[in-house]
Design a protein around this ligand. Structure first.
Ligand code: FAD
Length: 316
């Protein structure tokens, strides 16, 4: 069976949930091979094996981990030439998409970003993704070269399929001078908010202009559910919430199991970032708000009453 390369998404060696999801998707297409930039410790190795990595490629060279995305794209291009995989899967983060774009150019392949589903097809991998700000769901396939695919977090349910002892291989390749042009000289860990990361949270509760700048009820409800907090652009532009929390076309694209929009009208640019959520709930005091056209559950009412009531009921 042909290999499927999965670029491991990790933070300081801790394998993220997105990697487990990509390994699960990769198993539908072939034999997953994890590509780990850095030195995986025992826990990382165990996590990769648990989700079906048959092989682990270790890329321990400092010129890869201490530089921005270009060296990683070069390493992947080298591995594609060596293994002729069925596909290369990369997490749909800004960094992942940049690596994917560079890789696709290097190997002369087609690229599909923000995949929400992957299936083997007769003429290649069938990739499902939203298009035109979420107005369409398309199924596409790469017709030239090895498909380079970025996969949206939370699109696939991670399922274990333990491999007893994955084969490990150290990747040795020369990194070009151009790829080493941008070097990381300092890293600072972002202050933890105590909430899950927006793009990989299973539940997201977002607030919009309807909050009037008071995100208290939105945050309280989110914390009760263990959710991440998102915001509409109107709320961000007003300075009520950081841009890093903006959901939508010009913000973060999320695909949680549950998305709650409170005081958000449902503009097409907002939908573009949350349309692929599994279940959508809206709280809005205007029964005619466009968000109600796309929800699974809608509550017409004041978020300052509904959200605290919901917290109270859930606490019972
Ligand atoms: P509004 O549209 O003003 O809606 C507020 C809603 O709150 C209303 O429906 C109102 O009925 C309701 N409400 C008011 N008070 C309460 C209350 N007490 N309780 C319950 N409901 C209440 N937007 C994004 O979100 N993300 C993007 O990435 C994005 N990118 C954009 C890119 C471009 C190029 C452009 C042109 C626009 C973009 N926008 C984006 C902006 C988008 O068009 C909308 O203007 C924005 O989403 C509106 O935010 P909102 O729903 O919070 O505000």
């Amino acid at each position: 069976m042909s290999e499927v390369l999965v670029l491991v998404d990790h933070v300081d060696g801790t394998v993220r949930k997105t990697t487990a999801e990509m390994l699960t998707a990769a198993r539908r297409l072939g034999e997953p091979s994890a590509v780990f930039v850095g030195s995986p410790d025992e826990q990382a190795r165990a996590d990769l094996a648990r989700f079906g990595a048959v092989k682990i490629y270790r890329v321990e060279a400092a010129e890869v981990s201490e530089h921005l995305v270009a060296p990683t794209a070069e390493v992947l291009a080298h591995l594609v030439a060596q293994t002729a995989p069925t596909a290369v899967l990369i997490a749909s983060s800004s960094e992942g998409k940049e690596i994917a774009g560079r890789l696709a150019i290097k190997i002369g392949s087609g690229l599909v970003t923000d995949a929400v589903d992957l299936e083997p097809g007769q003429d290649g991998v069938l990739v499902t993704k939203a298009a035109f700000a979420g107005s369409y769901v398309t199924v596409c396939t790469v017709t030239s070269g090895v498909p380079v695919l970025t996969v949206k977090p939370n699109s696939v349910t991670a399922q274990e399929a333990a491999v007893e002892e994955p084969v490990e291989e150290q990747v040795e390749t020369d990194i070009s001078t151009q790829a080493r042009a941008a070097q990381v000289i300092q890293r600072e860990t972002r202050k933890a908010s105590g909430r899950p990361a927006l793009n990989e949270a299973a539940i997201v509760v977002s607030g919009g202009r309807g909050t009037g700048g008071d995100f208290g009820p939105v945050e309280a409800f989110a914390d009760h559910l263990g959710a991440a907090v998102g915001a509409s652009r109107a709320a961000v532009d007003a300075g009520w919430y950081p841009h890093s929390n903006q959901v939508g076309q010009t913000g973060v694209s999320v695909s949680p199991q549950l998305y709650v929009a409170a005081g958000i009208s449902g503009a097409v640019q907002h939908r573009a970032g949350m349309q692929t959520s599994k279940t959508v709930v809206a709280v809005n005091k205007d029964a005619e708000a466009p968000i109600f056209d796309m929800v699974d559950f809608g509550v017409v009412g004041d978020l300052f009453t509904i959200l605290p009531d919901a917290v109270e009921k859930l606490s019972e």
